[in-house]
Design a protein around this ligand. Structure first.
Ligand code: OAD
Ligand code: ZN
Length: 249
């Protein structure tokens, strides 16, 4: 298929869908200035995940882990949604998109106005105690690191999912339900290398959904994609919105 045929096929699938669901990864936020994990400029090129994003790493060096999260919080705090986040919120407002399942801990889908958001890896703005049930929401990096629990004085940790940890069960079951219901899934900016999240497009596909993928390069999802739109998420979203005649404010 030529590029134009790919776009036409994507638009037809989106227009005719009864239950469109999006599945997003770090690549959707790349043009908003938030680094991805894998790929040429990915965070895991510069840092070791085992030193920063595991419960063991936190036990070993909570200050280092917090330093890294504060650095990312400062980037995420400044970041603004790009046209791909906006296209998804617009499609939801139009009644076409039913849910977004995201692996991202940034809040750009919320900033873009999306409502039905399923967050498989948590939010970078949630913090929780490692000992008791205390949780809190913050909107800036903690002033002193590592921060301590006001209830029991143990360490507070980022409320995100780390390697080796289970996904929040309620989010996972909502994600499975939506991907089972989906007749079209829009997969944007994910390498598809981190399970169980990466199973989501496969669950949709085996329940009969067509898969539209947007990525700058092929991923682990590409083998099951019916339509592959190669390019940066924001640029592809702009092209799609022009072709569907949607105004992105
Ligand atoms: P990755 O960093 O693994 O993959 C990013 C994907 O986005 C790659 O396939 C890139 O080709 C693509 N990409 C990069 N820039 C893009 C752009 N401008 N437009 C479109 N695509 C672009 O990110 P995820 O798949 O989200 O886990 O990673 C999954 C999980 O691994 C993350 O949620 C995180 C990480 O460790 C946790 O935080 C638990
Ligand atoms: Zn506590």
């Amino acid at each position: 298929m030529s590029i134009m045929e790919m776009y036409r096929a994507a638009i037809k699938l989106i227009r005719d869908s009864r239950h469109l669901v999006a599945f997003t990864g770090a690549g959707i936020s790349a043009e908003s200035g938030i680094p991805t994990f894998r790929g040429r400029d990915g965070l895991w090129k510069r840092f070791r995940a085992e030193d920063l994003a595991t419960p063991q790493a936190f036990k070993r060096n909570p200050k280092l882990v917090w330093k890294w999260y504060c650095w990312r919080m400062n980037i995420i705090k400044k970041a603004k949604p790009n046209p791909s986040h906006k296209l998804l919120s617009k499609l939801e407002e139009m009644g076409i998109l039913k849910a977004i399942i995201t692996q991202n801990v940034d809040d750009l889908h919320l900033k873009a106005g999306s409502k039905n958001l399923i967050r498989l890896h948590g939010s970078i703005w949630n913090i929780k105690c490692i000992e008791c049930d205390y949780t809190d929401r913050i909107d800036s990096p903690p002033k002193e690191i590592p921060p301590r629990c006001p209830k029991c004085n143990s360490l507070l940790r980022p409320g995100v999912v780390w390697f080796g940890e289970p996904l929040p069960p309620s989010e996972w079951s909502k994600a499975v339900e939506e991907s089972t219901k989906a007749d079209v899934m829009l997969v944007i900016g994910t390498s598809g290398m981190v399970a169980p999240a990466s199973n989501i497009p496969y669950i949709a596909k085996s329940s009969g959904a067509s898969i539209i993928e947007i990525n700058i390069e092929p991923s682990m999802i590409t083998p099951i994609a019916d339509v592959f739109l190669k390019g940066k998420a924001g640029e592809v979203a702009l092209n799609l919105s022009k072709l569907i005649e949607i105004q992105l404010q």
